[in-house]
Design a protein around this ligand. Structure first.
Ligand code: MIG
Length: 745
């Protein structure tokens, strides 16, 4: 075993570990290069809290070889929490749990699950004494025993012949910037990606799509995007349309556009093996499909039946795939939805033959043997690992067993789509959502959390999951609002929508065969609440879009777990059923049936309760929450900027601006605006205004800086409403590109 140490910008340390005969595969997650190689002597203690000399003391890390690969052992201090690990089920503090990194399509998101669709192995050891961050960069299987077997030990089993471990110190806020520095800044998305989105598996024909669109407008529920799930295709052939159900997609998309809707279509990786089908024929000719050991195409069964999987590990296949989007883009499709890209496989001829063989043993023996065998057949069908059944080839021409590179399959598919769309329409920002991902995905796509269920427990589970996903640097995330599987309930939709309104990605989606889940699918009261909540979201868009912009510059996350901001306060380690949305807003969604209030923890300072208008002190509180209310708090010394809600978003320039703040000392907020969709902002077509509010002895000073950027803004009013906790200060002023400065007594 060799261990080499490298130093990166901003005191990031990487240890590269490899067995002697290792074939190295770099995942591509990290996009920066090391500044220098370090002697192991210098590497130890180079970053506080990380010591590779294996002393067994807290902070020491030992790495040993094992039969399957390696074992990493980290001793934990009693007061350290282990936060992160990405898309996993459970509390934000993962101490006391086991997780596996092996991308898996499993619609069962119950508490015992140890793996889901993505591998985001970024974790933080946090105590009031300090914080260390890690990223285990490895495309193959690994297993994290987070102080489960031994309460003071984090044990990571890494399968394979090599891996990289990155370590960094700093506050959690500094560490996330280092993660962005290593793996890329979050993508800057079009503004409509912050709008409300409606989906269903499926709106199977033009009529049902147009019906949903008209209903939204008729009922004046703001909405920007409608999704087409797999049934728009002809026989599940990707990049085709079913001509009977969608006779004229171009005209449908055009009519929707006139109504203010964008259309996003799903594209799975599985290419139907059908003679004469263009994508299949081309893929064969270009030789870009995954192969079996004998060099023949791997033939899994997925939605289209027998299919081929593009080998996204190499750039030739990625390029070919990315170019396939051209026709859909030209037709007017605005964004793409990457599903099944773990990749999910129903079965292969071989795995089916295995199962049939096993099933021959099913005899009516009247006893437990047959019952056992039943169980075995079912679990083998569900959890059969296709990772050993096929190979992928990287750009160096090296062949890898799929299992060893599985965790980057979805990541590389999303990369292919991103790069393809950038070639096809370089002037437009990319909108693409993915189910499977790997660290670094924030540069290519939005991650949504897959097939959750319409259950209250899962609403809570999602509140935690989006936070651990965020900690991995995946700033733009969300979940199926209302729940995917199972039947939603009116109250559940109301509460889930209240949570969704404070997620970067806000989409209502549900599965085939379940009860309708559109905003009007329940009763008038639920519809009123959903509409009110969606309007609240749209009114906050000036704030949210500015937060998105700041995140895309690599400064921050959109969703911020409390522990990130107040790591010295151990009460925040537990308070993972609430979070900060941007720098100013604390949201505490209600996730319990029949609840009309909930416990909230308010750390650090005083807060303004945005529902009651009252100031609430730091500490534990009971928040009243009638069914139409989501507990929301404005942090002391912070601002939000809102506007009049619209039905859909034509740009990210707001004709009315309302600044609301709770200021006892001083605060700033950078209001960012632009056309909302293009790359023109990179050439100066944007507006950035720094809003500063300062408490003076005898009043409040409001300063709006001169505009940075050349975007022409409309003449508009800015209304200001600031409280210092005792007194309210209000005024309205006229915005000006030269800046405005006033004091209010
Ligand atoms: O095997 O395309 O997570 O959102 O509606 C199910 C049908 C495939 C899984 C996705 C879900 C989508 C569904 N897909």
């Amino acid at each position: 075993m060799r261990r080499s140490f490298y130093r990166y910008a901003d005191s990031v340390l990487r240890v590269a570990v490899e067995k002697d005969e290792a074939v190295i595969y770099q995942t591509g997650a990290v996009i920066t290069s090391p500044l220098e190689e370090l002697e192991s002597g210098r590497a130890n203690g180079f970053i506080s809290g990380i010591d590779f000399s294996a002393t067994g003391r807290p902070g020491s890390i030992s790495i040993e070889e094992s039969a399957e690969g390696f074992v990493i052992v980290m001793k934990l201090r009693e007061d350290q929490g282990v936060f992160g690990l990405g898309q996993e089920i459970g509390p934000l503090n993962k101490r006391g749990r086991i997780y596996e990194m092996y991308n898996t399509d499993d619609p069962d998101h119950s508490p015992s699950k140890t793996r889901l669709y993505s591998t985001l192995p970024v974790f933080y050891l946090i105590s009031p004494e300090g914080c260390t961050g890690f990223f285990l960069d490895h495309a193959g299987y690994s297993k994290f025993d987070v102080a489960f077997e031994k309460r003071d030990t984090l044990l990571i089993n890494v399968e394979g012949k090599a891996f990289d471990l990155y370590g960094m110190s700093g506050t959690p806020g500094e560490i996330i910037k280092k993660i962005f520095g290593l793996t890329g800044k979050p993508l800057f998305l079009p503004v409509w990606s912050l709008g409300f989105q409606q989906s269903r598996w499926s709106y199977p024909d033009e009529e049902s799509v147009m019906y949903v669109a008209s209903k939204m407008r008729e009922k004046e529920i703001p909405c920007d995007v409608i999704y087409l799930d797999i049934d728009y295709m002809d026989d599940y052939k990707v990049f085709t349309w079913n001509g009977e159900r969608f006779p004229d997609p171009r005209s449908m998309v055009k009519r929707l556009k006139e109504m203010g809707f964008k259309v996003v279509t799903i594209v799975d990786p599985g290419v139907k093996a059908a003679e004469g089908y263009r994508v299949f024929e081309e893929g064969k000719r270009e030789n870009v499909f995954c192969k079996k050991e004998d060099g023949r195409d791997f033939r899994p069964a997925v939605w289209p039946g027998e299919a081929r999987l593009p080998d996204f590990l190499n750039s030739k296949a990625r390029r070919w795939w990315g170019d396939l989007y051209r026709e859909f883009v030209e037709l007017g499709i605005s964004g793409f939805w990457n599903d099944m890209n773990e990749p999910s496989i129903f079965y292969t001829a071989e795995s089916l033959a295995n199962l049939s063989e096993m099933m021959k043993g099913l005899k009516n023996d009247g006893g437990i043997e047959t019952d056992f065998l039943f169980g075995k057949v079912l679990s083998l069908k569900k959890y059969y690992d296709h990772g050993r059944d096929f190979y992928q080839v990287d750009d160096a021409g090296v062949r890898h067993l799929h299992r060893n590179v599985r965790n980057v399959y979805g990541f590389n598919m999303a990369r292919a789509v991103f790069e393809g769309l950038k070639r096809i329409r370089p002037e437009q920002r990319v909108f693409s959502i993915t189910r499977s991902s790997y660290t670094g995905i924030q540069r290519y796509a939005i991650l949504w959390t897959g097939d959750n269920e319409s259950q209250w427990e899962q609403l809570l589970s999602e509140i935690k999951m989006v936070q651990s996903i965020s900690l991995a640097g995946v700033s733009f995330t969300g979940c199926d609002v209302g729940g995917f599987g199972g039947n939603c309930h009116g109250e559940l939709l109301a509460r889930w929508t209240q949570f969704g309104a404070f997620l970067p990605f806000f989409r209502n989606h549900s599965a085939m065969g379940t009860r309708p889940q559109e905003p009007w699918a329940f009763d008038d009261e639920i519809e009123r609440i959903v509409k009110k909540t969606v309007e609240l979201r749209y009114s906050l868009l000036p704030y949210i879009y500015s937060v998105l912009r700041d995140s895309s510059e690599g400064n921050s996350l959109m969703i911020r777990p409390l522990v990130m901001i107040w790591p010295e306060d151990r009460d925040t380690y537990q308070a993972d059923d609430q979070y900060m949305f941007g720098p100013s807003l604390m949201v505490a969604p209600v996730y319990t049936l029949n609840a009309r209030g909930r416990h909230v923890y308010l750390p650090g300072c005083d807060w303004l309760d945005l529902n009651s208008g009252e100031i609430v002190r730091k500490g534990h509180h009971w928040a009243e929450a009638p069914l139409d209310t989501v507990p929301l708090y404005l942090k002391e010394d912070s601002l939000i900027v809102s506007t009049e809600p619209s039905q859909y978003l034509e740009s990210a320039v707001w004709s009315l601006i309302e600044v609301k703040g709770f200021v006892r000392n001083r605060t700033v907020f950078d209001l960012y605006e632009d056309d909302g969709t293009s790359e023109a902002y990179t050439r100066g077509k944007y507006s950035l205004k720094r809003i500063t509010v300062e408490k003076l002895d005898d009043g409040i000073l409001v300063d709006i800086s001169p505009q940075e950027g050349e975007l022409k803004l409309p003449a508009r009013k800015v209304s200001i409403e600031i409280t210092d906790g005792d007194k309210n200060y209000r005024t309205t002023l006229t915005d000006s590109s030269g800046g405005v400065r006033i004091s209010i007594k």
